[in-house]
Ligand binder design. Structure first.
Ligand code: FPP
Length: 255
């Protein structure tokens, strides 16, 4: 395991107000639906591609603050299985931005002890994306800091379908007993088998829906919606959101 040689103290960030936050009680896993890049651009009379490019800057900021605060997992919904419905040119730009992010940020992620993982059927994406993902996953494999989990070509229903198929195959081969299937068995068949369920699912830009994101894993997640477009979402917004999360009482069905 790597030591965090460059671990930064969030307390020393000028202009960042952490007074409302209990650093000892952070959620382990925050998952974000980064919405509103297009609307951010439209409001300014800019092409949508510039909204996405600005969105990557927010990704960089939020990964850094999540790492500095000591979160365990940050999941980012970068491309859904439904996003293929967008014009080919926009899909291409999103792929380019992903490759850029994975190449340009890799050194910094690695230096800060972050580990990159991916959920979703990313192997069917263009070869340049698959190559950049595999390289980033491989390089950061031994790190024990923030897990940056990118949801890529991901859809929650599709994930459940592939899990059911995998379990059915195990039953057919006699390696799994139907009576022995429980919630843990299903959890282990999901892309997220190695990470805890999200404590907090966030969506920016005002829409209040999950859009096929972490449907099984999010069963007890707190939900947080903000009207702020993703490119405008700041480190302070992230900190304030965590403080609001801490003010909620999670009961998991109990009293
Ligand atoms: C939603 O905005 C955003 C996306 C569909 C893609 C998010 C991707 C990035 C921020 C860039 C690449 C990701 C990483 C991790 C480097 P929208 O286009 O749906 O906005 P709109 O609803 O306002 O049109």
């Amino acid at each position: 395991m790597r030591i965090h040689e460059h671990k930064r103290e969030p307390q020393n960030r000028p202009g960042l107000d952490l007074s409302g936050l209990d650093l000892a009680k952070l959620p382990r896993h925050v998952a974000i639906i980064m919405d509103g890049n297009g609307r951010w651009a439209k409001k300014r009379g800019l092409p949508r591609s510039l909204g996405h490019r600005e969105g990557v800057k927010t990704v960089n900021r939020i990964v850094r603050i999540a790492s500095d605060l000591g979160l365990k997992v940050l999941t980012l919904y970068a491309f859904s299985t439904e996003n293929w419905k967008r014009p080919e040119k926009e899909v291409g730009i999103l792929m380019d931005l992903l490759v850029e992010f994975l190449t340009n940020q890799l050194e910094e992620l690695h230096r800060n002890g972050a580990r990159l993982i991916v959920i979703g059927d990313y192997k069917s994406l263009p070869a340049r994306v698959v190559g950049a993902v595999d390289a980033a996953v491989e390089k950061t494999r031994g790190n024990d800091g923030l897990i940056v989990n990118i949801a890529l070509n991901y859809g929650g229903r599709g994930e459940l379908v592939q899990a059911v198929k995998a379990l059915a195959a195990e039953v057919k081969e006699g390696r799994l007993d139907i009576g022995g299937i429980d919630e843990n068995t299903l959890s282990r068949a999901l892309f997220t088998r190695d990470i805890p369920d999200p404590d907090l699912i966030v969506r920016t830009s005002g829409e209040m829906r999950l859009s096929n994101f972490l449907l099984y894993q999010g069963a007890y997640a707190e939900l947080y919606f903000t009207p702020v477009h993703w490119p405008d979402f700041t480190e302070q917004d992230f900190v304030d959101m965590l403080a609001e999360y801490q003010s909620r009482g999670r009961r998991f069905g109990g009293l």
